[in-house]
Design a protein around this ligand. Structure first.
Ligand SMILES: C[S@@+](CC[C@H](N)C(=O)[O-])C[C@H]1O[C@@H](n2cnc3c(N)ncnc32)[C@H](O)[C@@H]1O
Length: 216
């Protein structure tokens, strides 16, 4: 499904604007367990270095820091990264970098894993974003994505700035393979994203997939 929406705000402006409210908005969407499952899927050794892409206010970053990993948090929105800093305080080792999906500010083959939760449906080219995540991971390292299965809730695009209405798991599998990843799994996260429209009372319940692959 191609994006055809006329944006009033661009994506960065939208996330800048909601940065101080994102934590409370997100907590109504999906459970904290999703972050734990995503981090589990990365099969990290103690003290691993991990990039959290589209980190937002730190949903995944916080779980990584709690487990003692070193985090590079990347987001297009400086305001989101400020919210992340406020949330995690001086807990653990964290390096916040402003950057975009097409050119992540992280060196080639430099991190043990790259994770992204609810990031892919915001980018212009999902296959390119996956390729870019694979670029920064060391050989043997993991790329992990959690995101929405394909859905039909148009209000998520018009009200919440989603660009893609979820994904087919076969597409995700193919894009992982095209990015040079192996040992690919795309399974149900056994979590649901629930969101209500601000106009008209429609409620979306969308299943969430968890995708993981290893760099050759
Ligand atoms: C739906 S939020 C998810 C935030 C966080 N991962 C979470 O689970 O709470 C999407 C985040 O991705 C960031 N983002 C969207 N498009 C991006 C892009 N093209 N490059 C970098 N960051 C992007 C947004 O600024 C936002 O913080």
């Amino acid at each position: 499904m191609r994006p055809d929406r006329q944006d009033r705000l661009n994506s960065k402006e939208y996330f800048d604007r909601i940065s101080d409210r994102w934590d409370s908005i997100r907590s109504g969407f999906f459970s904290e367990n999703l972050g734990k499952k995503a981090v589990d899927a990365a099969s990290l050794s103690p003290g691993a270095s991990v990039a959290d892409i589209g980190a937002g206010s730190g949903f995944i970053t916080e779980e990584l820091l709690t487990r003692g990993h070193h985090v590079i948090a990347v987001d297009q929105s400086e305001k989101m990264l400020l919210a992340l800093r406020t949330r995690v305080g001086d807990r653990g080792s964290i390096d916040c970098r402003v950057g975009e999906d097409r050119s992540l500010p992280v060196a080639d083959s430099s991190v043990d894993a790259a994770l992204a939760n609810m990031f892919l449906h915001h980018v212009e080219s999902p296959p390119d974003a996956i390729r870019e995540m694979a670029r920064i991971v060391k050989p043997g390292g993991r790329v992990v994505l959690s995101d929405l299965d394909e859905h039909t809730f148009e209000f998520l695009r018009t009200e919440q700035h989603d660009r893609w209405m979820g994904f087919k798991r076969d597409d995700i599998r193919r894009w992982f393979a095209e990015a040079g990843l192996i040992d690919i799994s795309v399974t149900s996260a056994e979590e649901t994203c629930c969101a209500s429209s601000e106009c008209g009372g429609e409620t979306a319940k969308v299943t969430i997939f968890l995708a993981a692959g290893t760099k050759k």
